[in-house]
Design a protein around this ligand. Structure first.
Ligand code: FPP
Length: 278
């Protein structure tokens, strides 16, 4: 994330405008950024080169989401399971995260982005923790895109924490067992103040959730693309949103309930022909 700010080009602004006109922009997009290692390997580069290029994708996607009016972007940057990687790679990833935070916080702040993090943040190196906390405090009052970094995060870890906290509150008499509802459980999760994702993007083609936001993705639309994360730039994001806009979200209901006049509506024009997906 070391390049200077890139203005959206005229063509890009037109693509964004078309997407907004074609349908609803997802309020919350969550991303499993996968394939950094394979991207590097295919080029005969060390894995860290893939992670570095992955940071460029983060930068571009954050910027494009902000411009499009996406309200929440949640990135799976380091899972609980990622601690099991070779020590060298973990250290390099932590250093990369630290550098990216140092380089980018000003720009995030100037672009009205609110940065927050979820996960076992206390498990991260202390330098990373303090940089994250500083950046989160500095950007806390921003009103644009909320960018959530999932770090040392896993869905099962989060659900376990929530159950433990609920058990404590019941034991202390602060919560009655009959008050445990889907809504109250959601308030014990690290995502308590943000809506569930509308769209989950996974790069590099694997067909799994990898322990990401397990509770929150109950009704999320899944978009899995074969391209690797370092190659996932704004045009690929627009292709994902285009696909999302074609889907009918029924939340367990029937088509007529979610779209009562569906038969009267003209077929939605697909006008993003110029946007190439991976
Ligand atoms: C998955 O690729 C990617 C990661 C485990 C790390 C993602 C981290 C970044 C993009 C950089 C830091 C992030 C921010 C927010 C600044 P992989 O290594 O699992 O790839 P592979 O499956 O091809 O081996």
């Amino acid at each position: 994330m070391t390049r200077g700010p890139r203005e959206a080009t005229g063509v890009d602004l037109r693509d964004q405008e078309r997407l907004r006109a074609a349908g609803e922009i997802p309020r919350h997009i969550a991303v499993i950024m996968d394939g950094n290692g394979r991207w590097a390997k295919e080029r005969g580069l060390p894995r860290i080169a893939g992670h570095r290029e992955g940071v460029e994708s983060v930068r571009d996607i954050v910027e494009a989401c902000g411009q499009l009016g996406v309200r929440y972007l949640t990135l799976y940057a380091f899972s609980t399971e990622n601690w099991k990687r070779p020590q060298d790679e973990v250290s390099l990833l932590m250093r990369l995260l630290l550098t990216a935070l140092r380089d980018e916080t000003d720009r995030l702040h100037n672009n009205n982005v609110r940065l927050r993090m979820i996960g076992d943040i206390d498990a991260l190196p202390s330098e990373v923790q303090s940089e994250l906390r500083e950046a989160a405090t500095r950007t806390a009052k921003n009103t644009g895109l909320t960018l959530t970094l999932a770090l040392s995060y896993s869905g099962r870890w989060e659900i376990t924490q929530a159950i433990r906290a609920i058990a404590h509150d019941v034991q202390a008499g602060r919560l009655k067992p009959e008050e445990i509802t889907e809504e109250s459980i959601s308030r014990y999760l690290t995502t308590e103040d943000i809506p569930d994702p509308d769209l989950l993007v996974r790069t590099s083609g694997e067909l799994r959730l990898s322990n990401f936001l397990l509770w929150q993705v109950a009704y999320t639309e899944l978009y899995i693309t074969p391209g690797y994360w370092p190659a996932f730039r704004r045009n690929a994001l627009y292709a994902a949103i285009d696909e999302y806009q074609r889907r009918e979200r029924r939340f367990g209901m029937v088509s007529e309930q979610v779209k009562p006049n569906s038969n009267e509506q003209p077929p939605r024009k697909r006008i993003l022909k110029s946007v190439a997906g991976p």
